[in-house]
Design a protein around this ligand. Structure first.
Ligand code: PLP
Length: 415
C-alpha cells in the first residue's frame, strides 16, 4: 500500500444511510451553537431549542432510585438482568395509571430505555417493505428511521421530501390535522399528539377520523404521546380513548418530558393483543420477538424511578414541575404575541410554533441566535411544511425564560 493512501475495508456503505440528509436535526443545532460560541465566547446563551428538561426530578422519585442503588450493593438486594419487556410491576402500573379507562393491561406494555429507541425498534418490526405516512411537520426520527430501514426512495431536494413517504400536511389551514380524504393508503401512519413541533393536540373528533381512516385502509397508526401530560383541555391523552383504536394502533410514550427523565432514560410502547397482521397473526408476538433480540430490558434503577413517578405522590410532584414549564409557555406566548407574531400550540404542549411570514426558517434561527443569543429550532428541520416557522421550547429555568423573552422583545420591537 502506498504510504499516503487511505486504507479502506471492502465493506460497502449501507445505501439507505447514504440517502439520509446531513446530520440528524438536533446535533445540527448543537453544531450551530458551538460555532456561535467559538465566534462569541462570552455569549450568554439561552436554550429554547432542543427541548431538554431543566427542572430537578422530585425527591420522592430520586430517593427511591437511590435506595434501589444501595440495595444493589447487598447480596439480598442485588439483581442482574430483568425481563426484556420490563418489570411486571412497572408494566402494570403504566397500564393502571396511564390507560385506566381502557382495557390495556400490563402484558401489552413494553417498558424501554426511551421512546426514540422504540421508534427504531418499531421500524425493525415493520421492515423495509411497508409504506409510511408522517405528519408534516413532525419529529424527525420517524422519517430518518424509515429511511434507515429502507422504506424510502431518494431524497428529493426540490421538495425536501423522500420518495415513498406520504407527507400529511398539518398547518393552521387545516387545524393541524391532515385532509385524510386526499391521502393515499399507507401501511403505517406515524402520528404525534400533542405534536412536536406544532404543539397541536388532536381533538377527540380528529382522532376518531384518524382511527376510521386507518380502519378502512387496514393501516397501523403509531401514536406518539411523549407530551400527553402537557394537555390542559379535553383532548385525548391516549389513542386508546378512541373506540376501535386497539385494532389499528400502537402507542409509544416516554418518562422524559413527563417526569424529567431525559437523562435517566425510560419509555414504553403499547401493542394491543387485538392488533393483527393481514395473515391474522398478532403484532404483539413479533414485537416481543424484536424486543428480545434487540434489547435486554431497561435499567432497573430507571424502572424503580418510573414506578415512583406513577404513585399518587409522584404524580402530584411531577404536576408541579410541569406547571413550571407551563408558566414559561404562557410567558413565551404572551411575549411573542405582544410583539405581533402569530403563535400556535403551547396550550397543550411545551412547544410554541411561531410564524415568520415570507422568511426562511434557518435565516430566522440565525438572526435570533446572533442578535439575542437564544437558541431555537428552525421549522424546516421538521419537514417542508415547517418553512417560515420557528419552534420555541418552554424547557428552561424560569429566570432564563424571562431573560430570553426580554431579549426577544427588545430585538423584534427595534427591528
Ligand atoms: N417522541 C417525540 C415526539 C419527541 O419529541 C421525543 C423527544 O424529544 C421523543 C419521542 C423521544 O423521547 P425519549 O427521550 O424517550 O427518547
Amino acid at each position: 500500500m502506498h504510504a499516503s493512501a487511505v486504507w479502506r475495508t471492502k465493506v460497502p456503505r449501507n445505501p439507505n444511510l447514504e440517502k439520509l440528509q446531513t446530520t440528524y436535526l438536533f446535533p445540527q443545532i448543537e453544531m450551530k451553537k458551538k460555532e456561535h460560541l467559538l465566534k462569541n465566547p462570552n455569549a450568554n446563551l439561552i436554550e429554547l431549542g432542543v427541548g431538554n428538561t431543566t427542572e430537578p426530578i422530585p425527591k420522592c422519585i430520586t430517593s427511591s432510585m437511590a435506595e434501589h442503588c444501595h440495595r444493589l450493593a447487598t447480596y439480598e438486594g442485588y439483581k442482574g438482568y430483568g425481563d426484556e419487556q420490563g418489570n411486571k410491576d412497572l408494566r402494570e402500573a403504566i397500564a393502571d395509571v396511564m390507560y385506566k379507562n381502557t382495557s390495556i393491561d400490563g402484558t401489552q406494555v413494553f417498558v424501554s430505555d426511551d421512546a426514540q429507541c422504540d421508534i427504531s425498534r418499531l421500524q425493525l418490526l415493520f421492515g423495509s417493505v411497508v409504506t409510511m405516512a408522517v405528519q408534516d411537520p413532525c419529529f424527525p426520527a420517524y422519517v430518518d428511521s424509515g429511511v434507515t430501514i429502507g422504506q424510502t426512495g431518494d431524497y428529493m431536494a426540490s421538495t425536501g421530501q423522500y420518495q415513498n413517504i406520504t407527507y400529511m400536511e398539518c398547518t393552521s389551514d387545516n387545524d393541524f390535522f391532515p385532509r385524510l380524504s386526499n391521502m393515499p393508503r399507507t401501511d403505517v401512519i406515524f402520528f404525534c399528539s400533542p405534536n412536536n413541533p406544532t404543539g397541536h393536540a388532536a381533538s377527540r373528533f380528529q382522532l376518531e377520523k384518524l382511527v376510521d381512516f386507518a380502519t378502512s385502509n387496514g393501516s397501523i397508526i403509531v401514536y406518539d404521546t411523549a407530551y400527553s401530560e402537557f394537555i390542559t383541555d379535553d383532548s385525548p391523552k391516549s389513542i386508546y380513548e378512541i373506540p376501535g383504536s386497539k385494532q389499528v394502533a400502537i402507542e409509544i410514550s416516554s418518562f422524559s418530558k413527563f417526569a424529567g427523565f431525559t437523562g435517566v432514560r425510560l419509555g414504553w410502547t403499547v401493542v394491543p393483543t387485538e392488533l393483527l397482521y393481514s395473515n391474522g397473526s398478532p403484532v404483539i408476538n413479533d414485537y416481543d420477538r424484536v424486543v428480545c433480540t434487540s434489547f435486554n430490558g431497561p435499567s432497573s434503577i430507571a424502572q424503580v424511578g418510573g414506578l415512583a413517578c406513577l404513585t399518587p405522590q409522584g404524580m402530584k410532584e411531577i404536576r408541579k414541575v410541569i406547571n413550571v414549564y407551563q408558566t414559561n409557555t404562557k410567558l413565551l406566548i404572551h411575549t411573542l404575541t405582544s410583539i405581533g407574531f402569530q403563535t400556535y400550540g403551547g396550550t397543550n404542549s411545551p412547544f410554541v410554533w411561531v410564524h415568520f411570514p415570507g422568511r426562511k426558517s434557518w435565516d430566522v434561527f440565525a438572526e435570533i441566535l446572533e442578535k439575542t443569543n437564544v437558541i431555537t429550532i428552525p421549522g424546516l428541520g421538521f419537514g417542508p411544511a415547517g418553512e417560515e416557522f420557528i419552534r420555541f421550547s418552554s424547557f428552561a429555568r424560569p429566570n432564563s425564560m424571562q431573560q430570553a423573552c426580554r431579549r426577544l422583545k427588545d430585538h423584534f420591537t427595534k427591528n
